[in-house]
Design a protein around this ligand. Structure first.
Ligand code: OAD
Length: 237
């Protein structure tokens, strides 16, 4: 059985019209907005309205976008590998739902999901497509003002780390797609894979911060490079 572990980042959704966080100097979401004022627990405690407004804008933007050929190719990879008894383990740092909308059935969202809210009182995680307000009411416990975006902020632990680490340790191939390799722990997966003797491949627009840790590098837009790579994998025995 061949096990492929794929990690995706903002670059896979760039051609769907969702901005990346980092790019050329002065480019990307974090060049326009200060993450310390919008994506930390302290920022939410100090000004929940501003944090909600930031994620509301991103949620509304997401609802107008659609998956691109890179998402579609990964969904096909999952289906075709399963047919031949192999396995894809797909972990994304993205909080969008474009993998699911392209047909991927199993996606681990290590940084959470934009279309979910979490209650800070009862811990319920609920589907949420509308704007979140400071006065929003938890549908489970009915507490007012306790809902937050179900996303991981700087200073918080990503989700499913134990499961991810276990899956990585038994993989045959680690592939990072559209990620700058600058945010840990995800940025450390390639080193973990190498230490375990697992082959590593990067698919990105240009060299990431970790480029020299990859055995193979494929540079180009994800919508072109990912379908080509998927075809090659499916043609290999
Ligand atoms: P980044 O914005 O840091 O990196 C995106 C990468 O995608 C860059 O290396 C780009 O060169 C590449 N890229 C851009 N367009 C592309 C395209 N069309 N095809 C292929 N690659 C392309 O995004 P992430 O690495 O995902 O965390 O960022 C990691 C985390 O930092 C995010 O999950 C988020 C952010 O702060 C939190 O909010 C906790």
């Amino acid at each position: 059985m061949m096990r492929i572990f794929v990690l995706t980042g903002a670059g896979i959704s760039a051609e769907s019209g969702l901005g990346t966080f980092r790019g050329k100097p002065g480019d990307g979401l974090w060049a326009k907005f200060d993450p310390m004022k919008l994506a930390t627990p302290e920022a939410f405690a100090a000004d929940p309205g501003a944090v909600h407004a930031f994620y509301n804008a991103r949620r509304n933007n997401l609802l107008t976008t659609k998956p691109n050929p890179a998402h579609v190719a990964l969904a096909r990879l999952e289906t075709e590998l399963a047919k031949r008894g192999d396995k894809l383990f797909l972990v994304t740092q993205n909080i969008d739902n474009l993998h699911e909308r392209a047909g991927s059935r199993r996606v681990i969202h290590m940084h959470g999901e934009l279309l979910k809210a979490r209650c800070t009182q009862c811990q319920a995680v609920v589907s949420w497509h509308d704007d979140l307000e400071t006065t929003s009411v938890c549908p489970r416990c009915e507490q007012i003002s306790a809902l937050r975006p179900h996303v991981v902020w700087f200073g918080e632990m990503p989700f499913e780390m134990d499961m991810i680490s276990d899956a990585l340790s038994i993989s045959d191939l680690f592939v990072a797609i559209g990620t700058s390799g600058s945010v840990y722990p995800a940025a450390g997966f390639v080193a973990q894979a190498r230490a375990a003797g697992i082959r590593t491949c990067e698919i990105n627009l240009d060299a990431s911060d970790n480029a020299d840790l990859f055995d193979d590098q494929r540079y180009g837009p994800a919508s072109e490079a990912v379908p080509v790579w998927v075809e090659e994998v499916l043609l290999s025995a």
